[in-house]
Ligand binder design. Structure first.
Ligand SMILES: [Zn+2]
Length: 251
């Protein structure tokens, strides 16, 4: 009789524990307001698709990179949604993938389906770098929506240069595979004489005269020069105005 009662009591306690554990964890989330640091939407294209192993490693690297950036830039949004795409564009010059910071809470990253070595290799070669770069944009306010800056290639060059240099330092790799054997001083002077509405695609990506990524490459040059001249680090520079950074770089 006693034994039966005891067994019955054990069962009741067990049921209560099993019922209350999930309730407690839901309650904890409501109390602390903690959201996941990253959420994801994966979209395949016709020719390639993300396998489960890709999704797992992309999520892990993203969460780890967010944690690293949050230590350096506590202003980072509490939770960021990542739209992850596969596109057909050749992105070998930037190691297989690219990104876009839409809002402080929304980032799009795109893998090239034609990269040598596929998505696995692009993850290895470029994911961490791309994340550092785009996360920097969200903190600096260089986003597609709610952008904190005015138009102009001079502004774009500095903001992209900051993100590229930050990512280079953090990920320990070069931003792109372009040569540095160009006259950056002349390119800077060209950029500084451009009208406010100069063609973004031509100056940031492909110029009709054959030059590529003029704004990005000149921006990185200017940031490194400003750091060297001022002894300020990339985080300090990231809080400065466009004109102050040009001044530190000697312009
Ligand atoms: Zn960028």
């Amino acid at each position: 009789m006693w034994s039966n009662n005891l067994n019955c009591l054990k069962k009741i306690v067990l049921i209560m524990i099993l019922f209350f554990i999930p309730c407690i964890s839901v309650l904890a989330e409501e109390v602390t307001g903690s959201k996941p640091a990253a959420t994801f939407t994966f979209t395949n294209n016709i020719e390639s698709e993300f396998l489960d192993k890709h999704k797992t490693v992309i999520k892990t690297i993203t969460e780890n990179t967010i944690a690293k950036v949050r230590k350096l830039m506590p202003e980072l949004a509490e939770s960021i949604h990542f739209t992850v795409l596969i596109i057909n564009r050749d992105l070998s010059i930037v190691n297989g993938m690219t990104g876009r910071a839409d809002k402080p809470t929304e980032i799009e990253i795109s893998f090239s389906s034609i990269y040598q070595g596929g998505i696995d290799k692009a993850i290895e070669d470029s994911l961490e770098f791309t994340l550092f770069h785009e996360l920097h944009h969200t903190v600096r306010g260089w986003t597609i929506y709610g952008n904190k800056f005015g138009p102009g290639i001079d502004t774009a060059a500095i903001n992209e240069g900051l993100a590229d240099t930050f990512a280079e330092i953090q990920a320990g790799q070069a931003a792109n595979n372009y040569t540095d054997a160009v006259n950056y001083d002349a390119w800077t002077k060209e950029i500084l004489t451009l009208p406010r509405n100069a063609n973004y695609g031509e100056w940031m990506f492909r110029h009709p005269d054959g030059r590529e990524a003029i704004g990005y490459r000149t921006g990185s040059y200017l940031i490194k020069k400003a750091m060297k001249n001022s002894n300020k680090n990339i985080l300090e520079l990231s809080k400065m105005t466009i004109s102050d950074i040009y001044e530190l770089a000697g312009y």
